[in-house]
Design a protein around this ligand. Sequence first.
Ligand code: MG
Length: 256
Amino acid sequence: MKNKFLLLLSTLLFSVLVSSGQEIDPKLTEVYAPVPPIVKPGKTNSDAPSDAIILFGGKNLDEWVSVNDSTKPALWTVKKNNVTVKKGTGNIQTKRKFTDYQLHIEWRIPENITGSGQARGNSGVFLASTGPGDEGYEIQVLDCYENTTYVNGQTGSIYKQSIPLANVCKKPGEWQSYDIVWTAPRFNEDGTVKNPGRITAIQNGVLVQNNTEVKGITVYRGKPYYKKHGAAPIKLQDHGDPSEPISYRNIWVRPL
Ligand code: MG
């Protein structure tokens, strides 16, 4: 009631001012604080901005551990500024834990890729690892250049939850990029969901997920579900299909 009255009053005042020819001072709507921090951008989209945490800069996997045993180093192969999945060594995840963030990651399907469907260059970026193995929220990495599969499992999908807005896959052998904004889910004390997670993802400069609401942990069988968690590592998938392993480079994150 009070709000309605105030709205009516301000509308009347505005009408009076306009009809009387008096202009509203533009300064009334200018805000000067808080001042955003200065962030120096990279030279290209691949380069980390000045405030980013470099998760993989080309030299070593110091920021990563093995998911099978998080006391052990990540065993994937670092060579020529890339890190390549070492089949059978399992997923790797960051030592650091994150909540909301902006992530940049580049990946390449090998030129000589073989296989079809889900068994063709399968890997994945888990935005929060909520448990062992593949548990978490996966954005799919796969060769979908001229390879078809279920559309909610193709490149750019939130695995088995959300079809990407476009297929922007480059040919195998070319580097591709994901720029992802992750808003982690929030939970109530009793473990129920307060706010679901949200994902915005851009693949090769094209929007593939637009602030998509996440339905829970991405699963291969059955329905997604939520379970309470806090800050969590970022995880990369050793999928285990027989095709040639994929590579990553230029991985950086900006906690929000
Ligand atoms: Mg995958």
